[in-house]
Design a protein around this ligand. Structure first.
Ligand SMILES: C[S@@+](CC[C@H](N)C(=O)[O-])C[C@H]1O[C@@H](n2cnc3c(N)ncnc32)[C@H](O)[C@@H]1O
Length: 218
């Protein structure tokens, strides 16, 4: 999607994707990755997710990237902290405690930006990207992560003919096609979420699943 699409959504408060209590699949499956404390976790297309706080509370350093300055302002306002702000070629860096959020385009990040990220947590990034951008996202952004990096990917499945995205449906077959040349992919849990999604029911969706995958770079 064009950045203007996301800026408009943040300006208009159309941020139903945000989960104020954090993501249950993250909370259930993160420990199984068995990451050393202090590992830096890359969180792409982060929004104002409370998952950043959850990861930091587990002893991780967090490096997030998000297009919207409003999302970043709302995130730090919610924590009651005032981040320090610096600029680099990647964007504007906001740092408070163990959390750093870059206000910028994920496609501008390179190996140097991600060199310390031995882990990632990716929820609802692929499903925010239209099909041609997904392959580019994996080819460019994931390829910039260090060898042996591992992490948790949370995606969304529904019959794609029933709704136009975003959020786009990105099913297991597509995840495997996108990643399996460079990453091992293990499906951890498929959670039926339609009952708690009245807006998507109203749009005519008949099934909707959140799916968590563990990925390890080979
Ligand atoms: C569906 S939301 C997911 C937010 C977050 N991961 C969560 O779980 O709440 C997608 C987010 O990605 C941001 N975004 C979209 N394209 C981006 C890009 N190219 N670079 C950085 N952020 C982007 C949007 O502003 C939006 O906040």
């Amino acid at each position: 999607m064009h950045p203007d699409y996301w800026h408009a959504r943040w300006n208009e408060g159309r941020t139903g994707f945000n989960q104020p209590d954090g993501n249950p699949l993250l909370q259930r499956h993160w420990a199984a990755l068995d990451l050393p404390a202090g590992s830096q976790v890359f969180v792409p297309l982060a929004g104002k997710s409370p998952d950043l706080l959850w990861l930091a509370a587990r002893g991780h350093r967090v490096l997030a990237v998000e297009l919207s300055p409003l999302a970043i302002a709302e995130f730090f306002a919610g924590t009651g902290t005032e981040p320090s702000v610096t600029r680099s070629r990647y964007g504007t860096h906001h740092r408070a405690g163990d959390i750093e959020m870059i206000c910028g385009d994920v496609f501008d990040l390179d190996r140097q930006a991600l060199s310390d990220c031995t882990a990632f947590y990716d929820r609802a990034a692929l499903i925010a990207l239209p099909p041609p951008l997904r392959q580019r996202y994996v080819n460019e952004v994931y390829a910039a992560l260090p060898r042996a990096c591992r992490g948790l990917l949370v995606s969304l499945e529904y019959p794609p003919q029933e709704m136009e995205g975003p959020p786009f449906a990105v099913d297991e077959a597509e995840i495997r096609k996108l990643y399996e040349s460079d990453w091992s992919v293990e499906t951890l849990e498929r959670q039926d979420i339609l009952a708690n999604q009245p807006a998507f029911q109203a749009q005519g969706l008949t099934t909707m699943n959140n799916v968590a995958y563990a990925l390890q770079r080979s």
